[in-house]
Design a protein around this ligand. Sequence first.
Ligand code: 5GP
Ligand code: ZN
Length: 116
Amino acid sequence: MSDCLFCKIVEGKIPASKVYEDEDILAFKDIHPARPVHILVIPKRHITSLSTVAPEDAAVLGKMLVKANEIAVAQGSPDGFRVIINTGRVGQQEVPHLHMHIVGGPDPVGPMLKRI
Ligand code: 5GP
Ligand code: ZN
């Protein structure tokens, strides 16, 4: 997609601090880290969100999860981490290119959600 921020990162038109890349996925540091380790993992092919995935996206989505631990350990979170995929308006997704946050670091990341 020509006007998509994360597609532009994939295409090298916008710089990013890349930490892992293969033919299907790209991982890079979040520009505003919420924890000492905060990585975004994206499919290279544009997928807008989890609300628009199709059966043929299963392999790339699986790969994002399968690679998560390796990326977290390499980035300094060897004792676990959290993955978050914000989706759509209710999930407060800001960038409309599906991305998985990996957050971690030496200390526990905190409660899962603020209770209402
Ligand atoms: P969302 O709220 O959509 O789940 O998360 C979007 C994330 O993308 C945010 O954590 C934000 O800091 C990050 N982000 C937004 N623009 C850029 C950018 O240009 N480069 C990088 N590396 N991260 C970005
Ligand atoms: Zn995109």
